[in-house]
Design a protein around this ligand. Sequence first.
Ligand code: ZN
Length: 268
Amino acid sequence: MRISRLACLAGTWCLAVQGCGGTAFDLPPVSDREALLAAQELDADPDLPLFHRSNSQYRETIGRLERQLTGRIAAICARAGTEECRFTVRYVDEDEVNAHVDENAQIYLYRGLLEYLETDEEIAAVMAHEMSHQIAGHVDESTRSVLLGAILGGLLMGGVAAAGGADNATANDAAGMGMNYGGRIGLLTFSKEQEREADLLAAYVLARAGIDLQRAGRLFEVLAKLDGKALSGFKDTHPAGPERIVAWRKAVAEVEASVDKLPAMSKP
Ligand SMILES: [Zn+2]
């Protein structure tokens, strides 16, 4: 987040690499009052305990949940109009509090995050959320942002160096730095709406797989509490908070009332 703000101060090109607005699916509205009440609930219960499992237990759990989730996911991919409906989930034995999906539909779950999760349902919710970024096309949009950011960053930094009278080698170095810099900023471009959309789709993915949504929902309380701590990259890519908790609860109500267990597309 700090990098992004600095970049915005440095020039206007960063605007071009921010995520685009609009979502494909209808998102439940959240009022300020609802978010405030959820914030008060969090304040009343600030505990954030750890739940350790062994590496082999995490790997076994993740493999089992991956099969459970992907076995029933095809109808949601079809509704979203995506042909990319295959996922590989990898466990990362590192302290980092993180989870993410890459452009090859590979999902990475870090031990540092998993240790805050108590139940299999919460772990399944993280997986379903990351799968949903892919299903909703966010990864493609983000990848385009990274490329665009890299190109614009390279042009800007190289151009600045050349205009300042730098020799070719220096200008090329500057262009390379700019591409790197621009690309990193592009990585931070899952918007709040995209996060909310991934949560909504995740509720459908979980329901179809027979996962208890009420138990899964504790994930969002954990994320909101983690958001108040100084943690690495995860905060930049996964903004969390009381608003997200309320949106999740509404998503659960929507899924439970849904006859076909498929999310509604937004009206154009
Ligand atoms: Zn996300």
